[in-house]
Unconditional design. Structure first.
Length: 329
């Protein structure tokens, strides 16, 4: 009995393992017509508009001054903007961007803003002194040991900030050959009474911006910078400058797809192949015969079973009701 059982199992295994099935391998388009290669023109203004610095500007621009700040401000207030990060946690380049944004937002709302940049302040002190010749060394003296009689006005409000988040998240949209970019800006803001140090407002504000750019544009803007020469900007440190942008070619096709060739590996038994449209309706079917050769080729002329040409779109290939691939034309 055991020998009989083992014999049957062995026989079934030989039948199972020795019986290969047809498999889809590849496809290619049949075309008529021709293709031409033309040089793509680079619009530098549009390219810079798509650059990361401009993207960050658009992200920050989505931040509005909260009511908790504007309710404590009047148009007579003298406002200064400052960062209250600790020095070791400071990102000067990002701070310059946020400084510019907050100052611009205050000015846009018709508030008075006063500069407290160290270099600007030294020059302002000098220009406001009564005897400029006595204090000329202030221009080059970071210690500012000289006592200057100045008419500079003191601030009444301090708008202080800390950068919590400022960056871009990138994801690839493979189906559209695009890059999706999502900008995140998160700032902690404090409005402080300059005379007493009292905190009048403290809160977190957010700004977000999202867009999609082509892979071609992304390849050009991801490291877009150039040599610092004369007054050329932007200056990007520790990066090899690019003085030339690669010009890519655009293929203009005047050809038409006339058919799709489907390639299969044959099996020990015949197989049924069906082609379905996006509504899962069968538009064409055929049979892969029992293996006479190891390869089988079928030319689909892009017509349905009634001989009517099918519209452009997505079509799925099934072998014995198992999805093998999806083709777009």
């Amino acid at each position: 009995m055991k020998k009989f059982l083992l014999y049957n199992i062995f026989t079934v295994a030989i039948i199972f393992w020795g019986c290969s099935v047809a498999q889809f391998t590849n496809y290619q388009y049949d075309r008529s017509g021709s293709e031409t290669r033309t040089e793509k023109k680079i619009n530098m203004k549009e390219l810079i508009d798509e650059s990361y610095p401009r993207f960050i500007d658009k992200t920050l621009d989505k931040i509005e001054l909260p009511a908790g700040i504007t309710s404590h401000l009047t148009y007579k207030d003298k406002i200064v903007v400052m960062n209250f990060d600790r020095l070791y946690n400071s990102y000067k380049d990002q701070q310059l961007v946020v400084d510019r944004f907050l100052i611009g937002r205050l000015l846009k709302n018709n508030y008075m803003v006063f500069d407290r940049n160290e270099n600007t302040l030294k020059i302002s002190l000098l220009e406001n002194s009564s005897h400029i010749s006595n204090y000329f060394r202030i221009y080059n003296d970071s210690s500012m040991t000289a006592i200057v009689s100045s008419t500079l006005q003191t601030a009444t409000r301090i708008l202080a900030y800390r950068i919590l988040e400022l960056g871009i998240i990138k994801t690839e949209v493979k189906s559209d050959m695009k890059i999706s970019r999502y900008g995140v800006a998160e700032l902690e803001l404090r409005l402080i009474d300059a005379g007493s140090g009292q905190i009048l407002y403290s809160g977190i504000v957010n700004g977000n911006w999202q867009d999609e750019i082509s892979m071609d544009t992304y390849d050009r803007v991801k490291d877009l910078h150039f040599k610092f020469e004369n007054d050329a900007l932007p200056l990007s440190l520790n990066l090899q400058p690019k003085e030339w942008l690669q010009v890519k070619y655009e293929i203009t096709s005047t050809s038409e797809i006339t058919g799709i060739r489907l390639y299969f590996n044959t099996g020990d038994n015949s197989a049924n192949v069906t082609i379905k449209n996006k509504e899962a309706k069968i538009v064409r079917s055929f049979i892969i015969p029992t293996a006479l050769t190891t390869k089988f080729e079928y030319l689909w002329d892009l017509t349905d079973m009634n001989g009517t040409k099918v519209p452009q779109g997505s079509y799925s290939i099934y072998v014995d009701n198992v999805l093998a691939t999806t083709i777009n034309y």
